[in-house]
Design a protein around this ligand. Sequence first.
Ligand code: C2E
Ligand code: MG
Ligand code: MG
Ligand code: MG
Length: 275
Amino acid sequence: QAKARGRNGYRFYAPSMTGEGVERLRLETYLRRSIEKDEIFLNYQPQVEIDTGRLIGVEALVRWNHPELGLVPPVRFIPLAEDTGFISQLGEWVLGEACRQMVRWERAGLVVPKIAVNLSVRQFERGTIVRTVRDILAETGLAPHRLQLEVTESVIMNTGDALAFINDLHAIGVSLAIDDFGTGYSSLAYLKQMPVKTLKIDRSFIKDIHLDVNDEAIAIAIIQLGKSMNLSVIAEGVETDAQAAFLLRHGCNQAQGYFYSRPVMPDDLLRRWLP
Ligand code: C2E
Ligand code: MG
Ligand code: MG
Ligand code: MG
């Protein structure tokens, strides 16, 4: 695949530029203006307590609706935003909007206990994440313990001073979840050094949990690890009753997935969960 930006920055003259490269460049141009054009919004996916069905939180998931391209999936534009640096602006918008939405729900009568927001590696590199989070919390008045930041193992492993950032965030009162747990390259040693609150069992282990003994073993091992390290464990991508029952049987009482709800618009969430 042609890189949109060559090693020396001559993005238009890269000889290996293919149709895909041109496409990427176009996407990049559109993406840069997406926020100001109001094309970016958030969906929210409920996180529930399995045995009671209680709402314990939501995860904010970014969406891009371009007038010509339609809904572009995050797996297509997040990596692009990371490569171009646009992720800083996008990430900041997402954080702000997520916190503002918590306040809106509350005004409408729904207290969502916690909102989880995904952070990309570039937001960590920037080093301003701590100040950004603090400012957004101050602006919106959201209590810090109601904000959870999700990072993957690779974000932690690839950030030089991740420990310092994470300690700072912890000091503010914001909690941290390890997303897609079990799929990254990492040493488990970071878990004992860092104030991590939650492990999110990756969807790939949940998918065939009763068909594949290896997936079953991994899921159980993660639940056990969480228990013994006093971490909370939530399963991602729960699509069936049987998967939920399996998790509950093995001591995991938190889940997120299509079985409970797809990611939805704020009003849909309100309609479904308003007491
Ligand atoms: P993630 O953080 O692991 O989010 C979970 C993804 O799984 C979401 O995809 C969600 O829609 C999908 N999902 C949830 N339940 C189920 C299920 O039961 N079955 C299946 N098949 N899928 C399920 P989505 O929204 O397309 O997001 C993909 C990834 O994009 C996210 O993975 C996250 O890494 C990234 N992402 C999304 N929003 C943001 C954001 O605001 N900032 C950053 N940096 N990354 C984001
Ligand atoms: Mg996530
Ligand atoms: Mg995940
Ligand atoms: Mg994932």
